[in-house]
Design a protein around this ligand. Structure first.
Ligand SMILES: [Zn+2]
Length: 568
């Protein structure tokens, strides 16, 4: 018999319950959320017959695999997808409408998680060889980072709130935005600095590095790759793309090359750490750091559910440089399979997979490289909107509206931002101008849709799945004036300032299609063919952990996961 004071009466003696759970039981000790950057929905099974044991095969065969899962927003970029998975909200609510957006107040393009109030703990760690060519870094007014621009709560925030701050919550990635997004406002984030080859954080999270982080960095694992290179894991004749290593549309970044082996060179080469991230080594380093984190922070060691998010970036970098259908992408997938197998093995020993709920998804998919599609007879191409302001159709519009200066101030994917002075001009009817611009743009050969934001705001846009995705992406403060959708297979040939093989970011299926797989924690294996969305993930985690749904959660609970719990 339990008294109201939490004592059990045994005969005449009252015994205090020491260390007893104060929250409901039967929750996972650890939720491990894996996000594979640019893992399209077909990728986990494309080379299934060559997967090893315990990695992706474990997820597919022993987990609940949703093989019809999609992002429901239009701008399929990294921060947008990560924060959607973290919050279960659409970008309209969580506010991350793109990796970059044009800040009307500051009059400049801003980077999603930049925050001058929270500098990096390691001075200079935000400046690396790519800074000069990378607009996501050039745009940032500061190398400080925080999650403050995320407008709704994440699942991890709700877990922190539910457990009175006792849940241990971490996000880890090569990319700052891959870690900060998932750790939410209440957790801690670490990411890889290409400037010094170490995992770093900002003053938002810590005043000084935990000792174990300094110890991990002092081990110098990054330096161990010096003089080595990325070689094929298996004999070349076993690969689907074994006879297609050298494809002309692949991108040779600063001497990294288009064919195996890709040499990492040595740390005196300023691109040494960048090369590591365009290879399975980036994910291996991330995993090693995550294993140290699990052990040193005692994740999953008590009844309070802990949370660790790992975002793997190599698949994205490799996809951009070589395309998703390349020998590099194929080898990376097989090596990623081994990397996650080692991670799961470690988690099994430390926490037990029966106590760990794993969920894997992706921030976006990817198109095929136009050159690859051309090689199998499918016509596509690249687009460059930079010159649009000079097109005769736009010049005619300026005359019609009496505009002397610029009309299209910025194209910050996927939005056209009209010149700021026009927005305050009482002589100009903004709705009419936006509509006129959209009408001209949609006549351009590579444009499928141009959707005026005023139509979205007024609910005047036509009702179909694609427009819904554009509406889900619309945030009043951050979105531009016209949302431009290129025709399928056409995209701007630009990744962080480089003319690479592939860029994602469209609302077409190849970019929105991602895996969603839940595994571990005694779940019964199942393949679910029903269409689900990435906004369903966070609210499902909340339900499972007993926490509140994240504040902007827009999805549905995935019942297969809830009903498959061991306690049901
Ligand atoms: Zn990308």
């Amino acid at each position: 018999m339990m008294s109201w004071k939490g004592y059990i009466a045994v005969g005449a003696t009252a015994i205090a319950i020491i260390g007893s759970p104060v929250l409901a039981k039967d929750k996972p000790r650890l939720i491990l959320q894996i996000t594979v950057d640019q893992m399209r929905g077909d990728m986990p099974t494309r080379f299934a017959n060559r997967l090893g044991e315990g990695g992706l095969r474990y997820l597919i065969e022993e987990g609940i695999h949703y093989d019809n899962a999609y992002h429901a927003h239009a701008n399929t970029e990294t921060i947008v997808g990560h924060v959607t998975l973290a919050t279960g909200a659409h970008p309209a609510a969580h506010g991350m409408v793109g990796n970059l957006w044009f800040d009307r107040v500051d009059g400049r393009v801003t980077y999603n998680i930049e925050d001058p109030d929270y500098r990096l703990l390691t001075e200079g760690a935000g400046v690396d060889a790519e800074t000069e060519i990378d607009p996501t870094q050039k745009a940032a007014g500061s190398d400080g980072r925080s999650p403050r621009a995320i407008l709704t709560s994440t699942f991890s925030d709700e877990l922190a709130s539910y457990t009175a701050g006792q849940a241990k919550i971490f996000g880890v990635s090569v990319k700052d935005r891959g870690a900060v997004s998932m750790a939410g406002h209440a957790g801690k984030a670490f990411w890889f600095s290409k400037a010094d080859g170490q995992f770093v954080t900002s003053t938002y999270y810590y005043d000084k590095y935990p000792q174990w982080v300094s110890d991990w960095n002092a081990k110098g694992l990054t330096q161990n790759y010096a003089g080595k290179g990325w070689e094929l894991m298996n004999p070349i004749e076993t690969y689907l793309f074994g006879d297609r290593d050298d494809q002309e549309w692949e991108f040779d970044l600063a001497g990294y090359g288009k064919t195996f082996p890709h040499e990492f060179t040595t740390p005196d080469n300023r691109f040494f750490t960048t090369y590591l991230t365009i290879s399975p080594a980036g994910d291996e380093l991330t995993t090693d750091f995550a294993k140290a984190l699990i052990a040193e922070e005692d994740l999953g060691d008590d009844e309070i559910t802990d949370y660790l998010a790992i975002s793997y970036s190599a698949t994205d970098y490799i996809g951009h440089m070589f395309g998703p259908s390349s020998l590099e992408a194929e080898d990376n997938l097989l090596r990623l399979d081994r990397t996650v197998a080692h991670l799961f093995d470690f988690v099994d020993k430390e926490v037990g997979l029966e106590n760990t709920l794993i969920v894997l998804s992706a921030d976006h998919g990817a198109p095929e490289a136009p050159g690859y599609l051309a090689s199998i007879g499918i016509p596509t191409g690249y687009v460059s909107p930079d010159t649009w302001d000079k097109e005769s159709a736009i010049t005619r519009l300026k005359e019609r509206f009496g505009i002397a200066g610029e009309l299209l101030e910025a194209y910050s994917h996927p939005y056209i931002y009209l010149a700021s002075d026009l927005l305050d001009d009482p002589e100009i009817d903004l709705a009419e101008l936006e509509a006129a611009v959209a009408e001209e743009l949609v006549a351009f050969p590579d444009v499928a849709y141009a959707i005026p934001s005023t139509d979205i705001k007024r609910g005047a846009a036509p009702e179909n799945a694609l427009i819904r995705a554009v509406r889900n992406n619309y945030n009043t403060a951050r979105s531009g004036n016209v949302y431009v959708v290129f025709k399928p297979g056409r995209f701007i040939n630009d990744f962080d300032g480089l003319s690479v093989a592939v860029t994602h970011g469209s609302p077409w299926r190849y970019d929105t299609y991602v895996p969603v797989i839940f595994a571990g924690y005694g779940l019964e294996p199942q393949t679910v063919r029903r269409r689900v969305h990435t906004v369903d993930v966070a609210i499902t985690l909340s339900n499972l952990a007993g926490a509140l749904p994240p504040s902007g959660a827009a999805g549905d609970v995935l019942l297969e996961v809830l009903e498959s719990q061991p306690s049901q």
